[in-house]
Design a protein around this ligand. Structure first.
Ligand code: CO8
Length: 259
């Protein structure tokens, strides 16, 4: 597949999705969002791919949000259409593990894209924020919900209502990012290290664990625990469970199946 606003490569089970619209700080226009969706669909369909890393070619921006030039022309009906929110839901629900490797600006829809990923790694000089209220709108691609779930309601309200930007260091302090690194080069190294850890896990177990955490978070605990139990029951029926437990007893590294 060839794209205009993103670059794709597959390397040892890792699908690299590189955002690349440098003249606009990777502002996410409709075309770029369609390309991201096509890439995610492609990654989902390749059994060998176990991890998707979303990153940017340029150090200046991960993504500066929705394309404001397009946004200015959108109507209420456009806002009601599935759009970015549905795409980010698809990313969160991906059966592959997802990593956002963030340098530069991750604002608005860019920050929301990072929050839809399972793991966020950022450089110290990365800049996160949800500045939508500056434009007279609100975060609309999951920001009001995911930010509160990740960092808590109080801090989320502060970031959303004031529109303040925070550095990678602050983002690490409040738990918005999982790993902090100094430079862009370190970012790639860390992304590769985290990816290799994920590659050693059973892909079905990854999928089930993701589902239990993401879906379980949205319901009451007793329902969530039941979801966990059902997911575990599915895991117990897999060849990967046999392989994982046998490998432990035989003191060797397990070889899990692709799915
Ligand atoms: N949209 C369109 N163009 C952009 C965007 C953007 N979000 N961000 C930057 N650009 C463009 C600039 O217009 C400029 O273009 P040009 O050279 O043609 O004038 C170019 O990128 C470079 O930008 P700057 O000169 O401003 O670069 P700086 O490094 O000085 O600043 C910033 C970078 C801080 C990122 C600054 O450009 C900025 O504040 N951008 C806007 C950030 C923002 O407000 N993002 C939120 C957008 S709204 C959103 O994401 C809503 C998502 C949910 C939508 C749901 C719809 C239903």
């Amino acid at each position: 597949m060839s794209f205009k606003n993103i670059q794709i490569s597959v390397d040892h089970g890792v699908y690299w999705l590189m955002l690349h619209r440098p003249d606009s700080r990777n502002a996410l226009n409709t075309e770029m969002l369609s390309e991201i969706e096509a890439a995610i669909n492609e990654a989902e369909s390749i059994p060998e791919v176990r991890v998707i890393i979303i990153h940017s070619v340029s150090e200046k921006a991960f993504a500066a949000g929705a394309d404001i030039k397009q946004l200015s022309k959108k109507t209420s009906l456009d806002a009601l259409s599935p759009g970015m929110q549905a795409l980010y839901d698809k990313i969160e629900s991906s059966k592959k593990a997802t990593i956002a490797a963030v340098d530069g600006y991750a604002l608005g829809g860019g920050c929301e894209l990072a929050m839809a990923c399972d793991i966020r790694i950022a450089t110290e000089q990365a800049t996160f924020g949800l500045p939508e209220l500056n434009l007279g709108i609100i975060p609309g691609a999951g920001g009001t919900q995911r930010l509160a779930r990740i960092i808590g309601k109080g801090r989320a309200l502060d970031m959303i209502l004031t529109g303040k930007k925070i550095s990678g260091i602050e983002a690490m302090d409040i738990g918005l990012v999982t790993y902090l690194v100094a430079t862009n080069k370190d970012l790639l190294e860390k992304a590769n290290t985290v990816a290799s850890r994920l590659l050693n896990r059973g892909p079905i177990a990854i999928q089930l664990a993701k589902m239990a955490v993401h879906k379980g978070y949205d319901v009451d605990q007793s329902t969530a625990l039941w979801m966990e139990k059902l997911s575990q029951a599915v895991a117990f029926e897999t060849e990967d469970k046999q392989e994982g437990t046998s490998a432990f007893m035989e003191k060797r590294t397990p070889t899990f199946q692709n799915n």
